[in-house]
Design a protein around this ligand. Structure first.
Ligand code: HEM
Length: 504
């Protein structure tokens, strides 16, 4: 008797589940149709070929067994050339839209900002290893975090920053062979930006460039940080399959990274204002944050997220730029002449850097051709649209269903010949003379989530590039390999930057 009523109960439960699911599904469909009609949406004509339209087994197979595409960014660019600037990849279980159309990107990042959020996949991958900070927050928590961080950057004194940079630049110089032997400057740039970022963030540098001292704890931190960022990239590449992956080594590295930063936080809160590194006491972001909150977990998460934002990006920009400069002696020569004519051989002031037009063009051109964040994504937080991509000609709005992804690609957008000219695939700094690409050029993102550290990053890069060209008369390479990306949290050169630098 009781087993009969149990099975009746089970059937009733299953029945109500199916009914609820069906009703919800119908209601979603009705809502999507209403949005689509109200906005005049048309179906996308351009679709990526998929083998399994149902659950995406081909995607799962590719993730698990296929080797990553060697020149992934070029591959994405060519796909846009074949399929158009906006296309969809449709499956029954999930749907993603790919775009390099600046009008759509402007919509995701600015005019339609409230209808998109950071993708769950990115949030989960980053949060597991870096805690919850500005790179994983949405909505009110994000605007609060941004409001807290902004003043810490606004307060930065440029001349203090420049003199702090000079200390680390001198450490970098000591690593470059005096006799002009070939050296890979890419790891040196990564160490320099780590030394500088930890210095301005926490008032204590990792000093990994400094050969004189052992700094075992700092070196361990740098290794652990690398383990964590590599694991984040791996998880993001796994997409929805990331829930099945667990890496004990990365978890141990994460605990050590947390402990390393927690120790600084304790020191910062206890000392209230003193810096371990005597120089540049006004520049410690941790102390600025600690004045606003004493919640140690919040402080650690914020610091770690800014470290990720600031360190790899700037190192990648320097590496990508010097990779190209070593292959373009005429550009290097013009750049060097400009810096010498404005600042001579003395370290430039921030005002002098500001007046160096060609220097700015070179940096802009590097960020155009090799953007360090070349692809990005947002998830629709409600049924919404992209203004272009629908209909035969792609000029009608396109419905984007709640929860689906829009992947935007600045690498491809920065190669638009209508904006940048027929030689858009070449490195030509002179093109920036009078060029105003607006939303067609987005190395730092745009809209409310635009990079907080843009001015900071540019000052850092301009200063370091100016010091390099003052110090070295020529930069050469005996390799004529083309630039191939190393796709990580930020994108840099796969084969390093092996150059010979001749001192002036
Ligand atoms: C060449 C150097 C840099 C580049 C190309 C760059 C680029 C970007 C991009 C594309 C984003 C948007 C990410 C997204 O919303 O998905 C971003 C966000 C951010 N960047 Fe940068 N960045 C650089 C350096 C820096 C530096 C030096 C700092 C800090 C000192 C910094 C702090 C931030 C922060 C805090 C965010 C998050 C903003 C938010 O979500 O509201 N960045 N950056």
């Amino acid at each position: 008797m009781s087993s009969l009523s149990d099975s009746r109960c089970l059937i009733l439960c299953l029945f109500s589940l199916v009914v609820t699911y069906t009703l919800r599904h119908i209601s979603h469909q009705i809502h999507q149709r209403q949005v689509s009609q109200a906005k005049g949406c048309k179906d996308a004509q351009s679709k990526a070929p998929v083998k399994d339209r149902f659950i995406g087994l081909d995607f799962i197979y590719d993730c698990l067994f296929t080797k990553p595409i060697e020149k992934y960014l070029d591959y994405t660019y060519k796909t846009f050339q074949q399929l158009g600037s906006t296309y969809v990849c449709q499956r029954w279980t999930w749907e993603a839209t790919y775009t390099c159309d600046s009008r759509n990107i402007k919509h995701i990042l600015a005019s339609g900002f409230a209808e998109f959020k950071l993708p769950r996949l990115r949030v989960n991958a980053m949060m597991g290893l870096l805690g919850s900070g500005i790179f994983t927050l949405n909505g009110h928590s994000w605007s609060h975090a941004r409001a807290v961080l902004r003043p810490c950057f606004a307060k930065q004194n440029k001349e203090d920053m420049v003199s702090m940079l000079e200390t680390h630049f001198q450490a970098l110089l000591r690593r470059i062979p005096l006799g002009g032997e070939t050296v890979d400057v890419q790891p040196l740039f990564f160490w320099l930006t780590m030394d500088f970022a930890t210095h301005f963030l926490m008032g204590h540098s990792t000093h990994v460039l400094d050969r004189a001292s052992s700094h075992a704890k700092e070196k361990q931190f740098v290794d652990d940080y690398l383990t964590c960022s590599t694991e984040i990239v791996r998880k993001m590449q796994l997409g929805p399959l990331q829930i099945f992956s667990f890496n004990f080594g990365a978890m141990r590295a994460r605990s050590r990274v947390f402990k390393y930063i927690d120790d600084f936080i304790s020191v910062s809160l206890d000392k209230e204002g003193e810096n371990d590194d005597a120089t540049n006491s006004g520049l410690n972001v941790l102390q600025g944050l600690a004045a606003l909150t004493t919640d140690r977990k919040q402080l650690r998460d914020q610091i770690l997220h800014i470290l990720v934002a600031s360190r790899d990006t700037t190192a990648c920009l320097l590496s990508n730029l010097f990779f190209v400069l070593s292959r373009k002696p005429h550009v290097y020569e013009r750049l060097r002449q400009e810096v010498l004519s404005v600042a001579g051989t003395e370290p430039a002031t921030s005002n002098q850097l500001n007046s160096m037009e060609y220097l700015k063009w070179c940096v802009q051109e590097s960020l155009r051709l090799h953007p360090v964040i070349p692809t990005n994504a947002r998830e629709a937080s409600k049924d919404t649209i992209l203004p272009y991509g629908g209909g035969k000609d792609g000029n009608s709005p396109l419905l984007i269903k709640k929860g689906s992804l829009v992947m935007y690609n600045t690498y491809a957008m920065h190669r638009d010949t209508e904006v940048f000219g027929p030689d858009a695939e070449e490195f030509v700094p002179e093109r920036w003379n009078g060029l105003r690409p607006g939303w067609g050029y987005l190395p730092f993102n745009g809209g409310p989530r635009i990079c907080i550290g843009q001015k900071f990053a540019l000052l850092e890069t301009h200063y370091l590039v100016s010091r390099m060209v003052q110090t070295f008369e020529t930069i050469k390479t005996n390799k004529d390999t083309e630039w191939v990306e190393l796709y990580a949290l930020a994108t840099t050169c796969k084969d390093g930057v092996n150059v010979s630098l001749k001192r002036a």
